[in-house]
Design a protein around this ligand. Structure first.
Ligand SMILES: Cc1cc2nc3c(=O)[nH]c(=O)nc-3n(C[C@H](O)[C@H](O)[C@H](O)COP(=O)(O)OP(=O)(O)OC[C@H]3O[C@@H](n4cnc5c(N)ncnc54)[C@H](O)[C@@H]3O)c2cc1C
Length: 476
């Protein structure tokens, strides 16, 4: 492999810790905008971060066209004709995502001659790495900055630690093992309330497992983002931008976080699985209405809190227990993908360190690429941090409302800076900006929506300030 470690590679301008979507999107943009030398390190043996350990039927939640690194497309503008995503832009599979990240590294980053790749190296602090194969340590002489691209590191089903007991004789596996076991069991219990659990339920149904043989354990119901509103393409302009306009108006009128959620539901932007149960959690998981319909066919849902212990014939939960047939396979989808598994937010630019975080909700690769652009464009940390207020990943409704503030601030500041605005408008990694920027003066219908949106943004920001003041008062 080109660019593997040698004595000369121990000096670098930027040491990037983590070669997941964040680290790669940052490296891609830095390479394009500067002549800096970059060293990319990961404790994994391959680029792509958590996607390397994903279950085989995983797909992106949102269109491929806005994922990955800025300079290289992932997927095309093709709309799916069949399946639960029919009518929407394609969603890359996990394998396609990891293949794509391999190509980014092998065919673009390394051939530049300005990137050194150190796989299977653990960053142990103080710009020191430990080679996980040999145990040797390596001190990197970093001329400019260390970039922490591991702050948002995901917990995923194969690598997380279970927080419930499984007695001998009970079959309980992560979703990665499910395809190999399908057919060996008559009944399936899916544990978890997030996107992985929903993917697993939908996959079982699509494999022909009857809905009555599937049990779904939901500790807390989640609000889900309707994928119809995440289509970054001209042909979806009306739905997407009118949806965004309605969302901003809903924020402007909301009287509480819970009221905001119900308003988002009224406009079709958020959805819930059970119409009779009001969700309390939002994690940014994105679904189509067809997928929700499939999930609703599963009637054996258990809402007795989290699983505590599974013994043959019985599942014990926080608030009760349910009996289970002997041919039950439990699928553990309880790992939290992003929320709850990450460190609290800190300043992005802090002297000789950059800590990559979400600075636009919920767009992680976009956030990393914009951070790299700001690094090359502006001089001081104060100037750069104006655009990068970190967004905390909290799942409560109150947390969601609080997270809107840095999102609004970053968007507003970017929109008022001509060069940053131009960059944002040209980035394919953002859902809205480039589609909005392509609207011509002559297109009066679309212009009208954009003008209304501008007004709604101000009204939303004003009410948000009031909502946060109320929340602070409540907390005091
Ligand atoms: C099922 C699923 C679907 C998703 N779909 C979408 C989607 O459609 N669109 C979207 O925008 N987002 C989606 N996401 C969110 C996704 O997590 C992010 O887009 C992105 O992949 C996160 O990348 P990351 O680089 O921040 O983190 P990671 O992928 O976790 O990468 C961090 C890397 O840092 C390395 N690392 C950590 N500590 C160290 C250390 N001390 N030394 C060396 N290396 C270290 C880790 O090994 C890891 O490889 C999805 C997430 C999941 C789980």
């Amino acid at each position: 492999m080109g660019g593997t470690a040698s004595m000369s590679s121990l000096e670098t301008d930027y040491l990037i810790v983590g070669a997941g979507a964040s680290g790669l999107a940052f490296a891609d943009e830095m390479l394009l905008r500067s002549d800096a030398h970059l060293t990319l390190v990961d404790r994994r043996p391959a680029p792509g971060g958590h996607w390397n350990d994903a279950y085989s039927f995983v797909r992106l939640h949102q269109p491929s066209v806005m994922y990955g690194v800025g300079s290289r497309e992932l997927g095309d503008q093709t709309v799916d004709r069949d399946g639960p995503n029919a009518g929407f832009l394609g969603l890359a599979s996990g394998q396609e995502v990891t293949d794509y990240f391999h190509k980014v590294l092998e065919e673009y980053l390394l051939p530049s001659g300005r990137v050194t790749w150190l796989p299977a190296h653990d960053f142990v602090g103080d710009n020191t790495l430990r080679n996980l194969e040999t145990g040797e340590t390596l001190k990197i002489d970093v001329r400019r900055k260390t970039v922490n691209a591991a702050h948002l590191t995901n917990s995923i089903p194969t690598t997380h630690t279970r927080n419930f007991e499984v007695a001998p004789g009970v079959a309980c596996v992560p979703p990665n093992e499910l395809p190999g076991l399908l057919g060996n069991f008559g009944h399936y219990t899916v544990l978890g309330n997030g996107k992985t659990a929903m993917d697993t339920c939908i996959w079982l149904l699509s494999q022909g497992v009857p809905a009555e043989n599937i049990r779904w354990v939901i500790s807390r119901d989640c609000w889900l983002w309707n994928r119809a509103f995440t289509q970054p393409e001209d042909r979806f302009f009306e739905v997407v931008f009118r949806g965004f306009l309605n969302r901003q108006r809903a924020i402007a009128e909301a009287t509480s976080p819970e009221d905001m959620a119900l308003r988002f539901e009224q406009i079709g932007m958020w959805m819930r699985v059970d119409p009779d149960i009001e969700p309390t959690v939002y994690r940014g998981a994105t679904m189509s209405e067809r997928e929700i319909e499939m999930l609703r066919t599963i009637e054996d849902t258990v809402r007795l809190g989290r699983a505590r212990r599974i013994v043959p014939g019985t599942l014990h939960l926080e608030r009760g227990q349910v009996s289970a047939p002997v041919d039950m396979l439990y699928i553990d989808c309880t790992a939290s993908a992003v929320h709850g598994s990450v460190s609290p937010p800190v300043s992005v630019f802090q002297g000789n360190t950059i800590v990559l975080q979400m600075i636009r909700f919920p767009q992680i690769p976009f956030s990393a690429a914009l951070t790299a652009y700001l690094e090359t464009l502006l001089e001081t940390d104060t100037e750069k941090n104006r655009f990068t207020e970190p967004i905390a990943l909290e799942e409560s409704m109150e947390g969601f409302v609080r997270a809107l503030v840095p999102d609004f601030t970053n968007r507003l500041n970017a929109s008022m800076h001509p060069e940053v605005r131009r960059w944002v408008n040209a980035s394919r990694l953002d859902i809205y900006a480039h589609t909005g920027a392509r609207v011509t003066r002559e297109d009066t219908a679309k212009r009208a929506i954009l003008n209304d949106l501008r007004e709604a943004n101000f009204a939303a920001a004003a009410n948000l300030t009031k909502l946060i003041a109320d929340l602070n008062l409540r907390a005091a």
